[in-house]
Write a protein of this length. Structure first.
Length: 130
């Protein structure tokens, strides 16, 4: 076998491993009870786009079906991560009013009491009108 054959074998083997490596990320996103906020959506969109561009280049410029196929599988894996993350973020969105009011009012179960101020005579005037 020539160096080119060895290179192709290593290329395919490593990219098969890379395609398999998408699975734990997909499972992790699926199991995340929230919005999968630890996943960088931008990064996976760039990976997906780069893989699609490589598929197009391999087909149009090189006519290489093996390279196109390998990067096509990678594009599918990246796109699955993008779609699942996007789905989680769109369907696990908190109500809009919680975002607007966040931090403006104390939590209902907090121990904040606006009538407990110092000095005591100011408290009486502000909270009890006296």
């Amino acid at each position: 076998m020539s160096v080119a054959h060895y290179s192709l074998t290593i290329f395919v083997a490593l990219n098969v491993a890379r395609a398999i490596a998408y699975w734990p990320q997909i499972v992790s996103i699926y199991r995340d009870p929230g919005r999968a906020s630890a996943v960088s959506l931008w990064t996976w969109i760039v990976f997906t786009t780069a893989n699609v561009a490589t598929v197009i280049y391999a087909l149009v410029a090189l006519g290489d079906l093996i390279v196109a196929g390998v990067f096509g599988v990678n594009a599918i894996g990246c796109a699955a991560i993008v779609m699942l993350t996007t789905y989680k973020r769109c369907h696990h969105r908190p109500p809009a009013w919680t975002n607007v009011c966040a931090g403006l009012l104390p939590e209902p179960d907090s121990h904040f009491d606006p009538c407990v101020l110092e000095p005591a005579d100011v408290t009486k005037q502000v909270c009890h009108g006296g």
